[in-house]
Design a protein around this ligand. Sequence first.
Ligand code: HEM
Length: 446
Amino acid sequence: MPTKALPTASALDTARLLLGVFLPTIAKGPIIRRPWAVGLAARLDLDTKSVDLVRAIHGKYPDGPLMLRVPIRRQAVVLAPGDVHTVLAQSPDPFSPASSEKRAALSHFQPHNVLITRGPERTVRRALQEQVLDTDSPVHHLADRFVPVVEEEMGSLLASATSTGSLPWGDFLDAWYRVVRRVVFGDHARDDTELTALIIRLRKDGNWAFLKPVRKATRRRLLQRIGEELARAEPGSLASVMAAAPTADGVDPVQQVPQWLFAFDPAGMAVFRTLTVLASHPGAMAAARTEADGDTTGRRVLPYLRAAVLETLRLWPTTPMILRQTTAPVEWPAGLMPDRCGVLVYAPYFHRDERNLANAHAFAPERWLTQEDDGWPLVPFSDGPVVCPGRHLVLLVTSAALATLVSDTDFTVAAGQDLDPGRPLPGTLDNYSVTLGVAPRAAAAS
Ligand code: HEM
């Protein structure tokens, strides 16, 4: 008996999803954010509207996954929490992260990166990433080197911000890039802004995926520069760990590195957004400071601050669309999903579901320290075998940065969005428009 087909959205509902979810997310820039589009999304509250729309569509088609009626390609959306688990747990086969649009976008700067690799080469590339990034360890083995780098750079940022009384996003980002270059390549790369500019250039093209030709000379230059850095392998850098790791056939170490440079951006965004929330949430700021003041681990283990970063990434996920593509037909209870079918998990739908999540629109880091949300898809770093291999490193570096920032300094939101703790937090937090007011920590608050 032929297997039934999965439920399919009507042409109108497909159009609503394309215009109300895909278009605004892609306009914001999947590979590097476009500040104007983030600002527009914040002003029009587009992310809240996208979540509302997905909820309405799910109500209409409760059995899923839901196929969309689109020409040329096959595309499904996953709407049930159990189905999210299935897709992520069964990655990379039959749900490969190397989807056609991701391959097109990332090929602008890293065509051989693990994220867009299939087959046996994926296995060796993933193994190398896990080894260098210490995926299974909450505290990276180079923490003794990374934490002081973070403290130093955040310290000098604070020195200049305190003298002017303000900290705009752009100043924070410059300091963050210094952290990233030192962690990835070592101290000698601290001021190598040319390297950062090269990858930014290519990431901007990556936003256009198939629609822009690859700048091959620029990509060659970037990969050559990274190759030189791996050859130099400054001790205490990720590059040195990479250079010392045994490499299997097909691993292409150089092309595993652009993903680090690229993915440290959302980590910086998460630090600045968390700081913005703390500046407007006195209770959370007090908890953060209690932890930072009482820390005895040299800023290696800061559970509340790590949870605060996770909470920021829940509220404003930097990878809102987790994309997969089937490598074979997949049988679901609701019907058959064809081979080469795109699969979308739209994380904000699950992250902001007030029907299933307490305080879905509030800043509640505690949820990450208990089992209260276990089983519900809170997936800022994805999950399963393709989960972000850098997540512990991200949490180490970001929590150390936040501890340094809040220890001796008071922050206010001088410009940007109003984040009233008594009201639901907005669907978009436009970090580009935020300027924080900065002053030495008041004695009364110590
Ligand atoms: C806030 C910061 C970050 C977030 C939210 C994040 C999130 C993610 C997500 C959601 C994925 C999986 C994508 C998918 O399932 O298709 C991923 C993959 C990956 N991330 Fe991260 N990431 C971050 C930072 C980093 C950093 C700093 C590094 C390295 C230093 C890193 C290395 C990787 C790599 C290598 C992959 C590919 C894994 C694979 O294909 O098996 N990430 N990340």
